[in-house]
Design a protein around this ligand. Structure first.
Ligand SMILES: Cc1ncc(C[n+]2csc(CCOP(=O)(O)OP(=O)(O)O)c2C)c(N)n1
Length: 630
C-alpha cells in the first residue's frame, strides 16, 4: 500500500516519520498527474504546493485550525490529505469533487472560493472571531503572489495589525499568476527572492533552523533573520503594515517548512511567511508551460499534449478580431485582469503590445483605468469574464455609466461555465447590467454576429456598450471578411409564425430553433427571433409577435431572475399585452459544477422542456394534425 493510500485524515499525516514525507510528496504528485490527465484541472498550482500542504497538515490540526486558500484552485493536495483521495478521479465531474474548496464538501474546508483575493480578509475575520470567542485555534491564509495584485488583499493587510495578534499569512510566490505575474509588487517580491546577498545569508539561517530544530533555536534563527532582512531591506512592505515578515524560504523543503510553522504558530504577533515555489514542480510539461498547466482539460500523461479544438473559441476570435480592428484604429486599447490566455487578449498583445494592458487581478482598477483611457479619447475594451466583472459593479454604475464613457465591456464565459462550477458560472451579468442607465448590452447567436457586434462597439461613440459571449468554441460559423454595423436595438426575425414566438438569446438560439422544429412537427405555427439586444430591447418586434402569439417563450443562458425573459415580461406588462411568457433559463439557485449538457438537462434548459412548458398554453389547438402525420 502506498503512503498516500494510508492517509484518511490529517491525523495520518502526523503518524508518518518525517523522512517518509518526501515519498508522500512524490506519491501525491504522481496521483495528481495521473488523475488530472483524465479529468483536467489546476495541475500546475497544486504541484507547487505539495510540500507546503503536507507541512501545514503536519503542524496544524484542521478542522479545528483553519486554512483559507486564496482562489482555492491549489486545494487539491489538501483534498487528498483530508479524506478525499478515493474521489480524486471525479474531479470537476458532475457529482464529483469540486475544483475549488467547498464548505459543503468537507469539514476541512472552512472556506470556499474561486475568485482571487478573498483569503486574507476572510481569514482575518476568522482570527478576530476566534479572539472574541477565546477558542484559540490557528488561522492560516495561503495566498499566491498574484493574490497580492488584488486591491482587496491590501484592504485586509491594512486592518491586520489593529485586529489581532495571532494571524499567519503564507505568501506562496511562484512568480506566476496564470500568465507571468505583473506589476510593481511582483517586481518587489522578485527583488527579495533573487537578491544574492540575501540568499547567501539566508541559506545559513535555514541550515541552522533545520540542524538545531526546536523552539529556542528557532528564536535564535529568527534573530539572525531579522538582522539579515534589515541589512537588505530597511523598509519591508509587510513589516510596515504590521506583519512580521519571514522569508523567503524554499517552499519545497519539508523539514524547513515544518520547523518554520512550528515557530510561527508560537508567535504572538501577525506574521507573513514568504515561500518560494515552482508552479508545476515535478512534471516537466507543466514546468515548461506554467500558463497552460495552470488549468487545463484532459491531457496525455506522458507528454502533456492536449487535443486542439478545430473550432476557434469566442475568446480567440475576440483577440484576433480586435487586433485586426486596431491595425487601422489607434484609439482601440484592450485591458485584461491577469487573463491574457483565457480572454484571447494574448493574441491582441502579440499584434499591439503598445495598446494592451494586463493590470493584474484587479477588476475594479481595470474598470477605472478604462474610464481614464476613455476620458482621453481612447476606446478601451475591458475584457473580463462575466463572473469576475462582478467585482467592478460599482465602477460600472458610478464611473462608466454615470459619466457615459465610451468603455466597451466584453464579458467572456457568460453563461454556464460547466466544470468550474458556481464560482465561475457567468449567470448574473444581464441582471447586474439590465437596470444600469446609459448602458447597451447584447449577445450574439454565432461567431459571425459576434464580429459584427464587436465592429458595432468600435463604432459606437455615445456611451458604454457591453457584450456577453460563452465559454469555448462557437458554432463554427465563419465571420465575413468585412463586418457589418448592426442597428442598435433591432432584433433579427429568423422565421415568421403565428401561434408561438420563440426568442432565443445568444448561445441558446440553437435551442430555440430546435424547439421550433418540434412544435412545428406538432402542427403549430412558430416564429423564431434572435433578440441580439438585451438592452435596449427591440420593443416593436417583441410586441408585434407577442400580440399575435398564444405563447411567448424566451431562452437565455442566465438566471431567470432579472434576466432577459424577465425584461420581456416587463415590456409586455407595461404595454398591456397579456400573452403568457414561458421562460427557459437557470433557476434561482447556485448551479453545481459538471458538463454543460448534463446540467442543462437537469435544470430544464432543453428544447423538449421548452415545448412541454409551451404546450399547455396551446391546448385550444391540440386538435391540429401533426405535420409528420399529414
Ligand atoms: C477576481 C478573479 N479574477 C481572476 C481570476 C482568475 N484566476 C484564477 S487563479 C489566478 C492566478 C492565481 O495566481 P496566484 O494567486 O499567484 O496562485 P498560483 O496559481 O500561482 O499558485 C487567476 C488570475 C480569479 N480567480 N478571480
Amino acid at each position: 500500500m502506498s503512503l498516500l493510500d494510508s492517509i484518511h485524515s490529517p491525523a495520518d499525516v502526523k503518524t508518518l516519520k518525517e523522512n517518509q514525507l518526501p515519498q508522500l510528496a512524490q506519491e501525491i504528485r504522481d496521483t495528481l498527474v495521473s488523475a488530472l490527465s483524465q479529468t483536467g484541472g489546476h495541475l500546475g498550482p497544486n504541484l507547487g504546493v505539495v510540500e507546503l500542504t503536507i507541512a501545514l497538515h503536519r503542524v496544524f490540526d484542521t478542522p479545528r485550525d483553519k486554512f483559507v486558500f486564496d482562489v482555492s484552485h491549489q486545494g487539491y493536495v489538501h483534498k487528498l490529505l483530508t479524506g478525499r483521495r478515493a474521489r480524486i478521479g471525479t474531479m470537476r465531474q458532475y457529482e464529483g469533487l469540486n475544483g475549488f474548496l467547498l464548505r459543503t464538501e468537507s469539514e476541512h474546508d472552512c472556506y470556499g472560493a474561486g475568485h482571487a483575493g478573498t483569503a486574507l480578509s476572510a481569514a482575518l475575520g476568522m482570527a478576530v472571531g476566534r479572539d472574541k470567542l477565546g477558542s484559540g485555534e490557528h488561522v492560516v491564509a495561503v495566498a499566491g503572489d498574484a493574490a497580492f495584485t488584488c486591491g482587496v488583499s491590501y484592504e485586509a493587510l491594512n486592518n491586520v495589525a489593529e485586529s489581532t495578534k495571532r494571524f499567519i499569512v503564507v505568501l506562496n510566490d511562484n512568480e506566476w499568476s496564470i500568465a507571468k505575474n505583473v506589476g510593481a509588487i511582483s517586481h518587489y517580491l522578485n527583488r527579495i527572492a533573487t537578491s544574492p546577498t540575501y540568499a547567501g545569508l539566508h541559506e545559513q539561517a535555514a541550515r541552522f533552523i533545520k540542524m538545531i530544530g526546536g523552539k529556542d533555536a528557532l528564536k535564535f534563527a529568527h534573530k539572525v533573520e531579522e538582522g539579515v532582512k534589515h541589512l537588505l531591506l530597511p523598509s519591508v512592505l509587510f513589516e510596515d503594515l504590521g506583519l512580521r515578515y519571514y522569508g523567503p524560504i524554499d517552499g519545497h523543503d519539508i523539514p524547513l517548512l515544518i520547523r518554520t510553522f512550528e515557530f510561527l504558530k508560537a508567535q504572538n504577533e501577525p506574521v507573513l511567511l514568504h515561500i518560494l515555489t515552482q508552479k508545476g514542480k515535478g512534471y516537466a510539461p507543466a514546468l515548461a508551460k506554467p500558463d497552460k498547466f495552470h488549468g487545463l482539460g484532459k491531457f496525455a500523461h506522458d507528454t502533456g499534449e492536449t487535443d486542439a479544438s478545430p473550432t476557434p473559441t469566442y475568446s480567440e476570435l475576440l483577440g484576433k478580431t480586435l487586433a485586426k480592428f486596431a491595425d487601422s484604429n489607434n484609439k482601440i486599447t484592450a485591458i485584461t485582469g491577469a487573463m491574457p490566455g483565457g480572454t484571447g487578449l494574448g493574441i491582441f498583445q502579440q499584434a499591439h503590445p503598445d495598446k494592451y494592458y494586463d493590470v493584474g487581478i484587479a477588476e475594479e482598477h481595470a474598470a477605472l483605468f478604462a474610464c481614464g483611457l476613455a476620458v482621453q479619447g481612447f476606446k478601451p475594451f475591458l475584457t473580463i469574464y462575466s463572473t469576475f466583472m462582478q467585482r467592478a459593479y460599482d465602477m460600472i454604475i458610478h464611473d462608466i455609466a454615470l459619466q457615459n464613457l465610451n468603455v466597451c465591456l466584453c464579458m467572456d464565459r457568460a453563461g454556464l461555465s460547466g466544470d468550474d462550477g458556481p464560482t465561475h458560472h457567468g449567470l448574473f451579468d444581464i441582471g447586474y447590467l439590465r437596470h444600469v442607465p446609459n448602458l447597451i448590452h447584447m449577445q450574439p447567436r454565432d461567431e459571425e454576429e459576434f464580429v459584427d457586434m464587436l465592429w458595432t462597439m468600435v463604432n459606437h461613440h455615445t456611451g458604454p456598450i457591453a457584450i456577453r459571449y460563452p465559454r469555448g468554441a462557437g458554432t463554427g460559423a465563419q465571420p465575413k471578411a468585412a463586418p457589418k454595423l448592426l442597428e442598435i436595438g433591432k432584433a433579427e426575425v429568423v422565421k415568421h409564425g403565428k401561434q408561438v414566438a420563440l426568442f432565443g438569446l445568444g448561445a441558446l438560439f440553437p435551442m430555440a430553433m430546435e424547439a421550433a422544429e418540434k412544435l412545428e412537427a406538432q402542427g403549430y405555427s412558430v416564429a423564431v427571433i434572435n433578440p441580439r439586444w438585451i438592452k435596449p430591447l427591440d420593443a416593436g418586434t417583441i410586441e408585434f409577435f407577442a400580440r399575435s402569439a398564444e405563447v411567448v417563450c424566451t431562452f437565455e443562458d442566465h438566471v431567470l431572475h432579472n434576466g432577459f425573459g424577465c425584461a420581456v415580461m416587463e415590456l409586455l406588462g407595461d404595454a398591456g399585452i397579456r400573452t403568457p411568457v414561458v421562460r427557459i433559463g437557470w433557476p434561482d439557485q447556485f448551479i453545481e459544477h459538471g458538463g454543460v449538457d448534463v446540467l442543462r438537462a437537469k435544470h430544464g434548459l432543453t428544447a423538449d422542456a421548452a415545448v412541454e412548458k409551451c404546450l399547455p398554453f396551446l391546448q385550444k389547438d391540440a386538435a391540429k394534425t401533426p405535420k409528420s402525420a399529414a
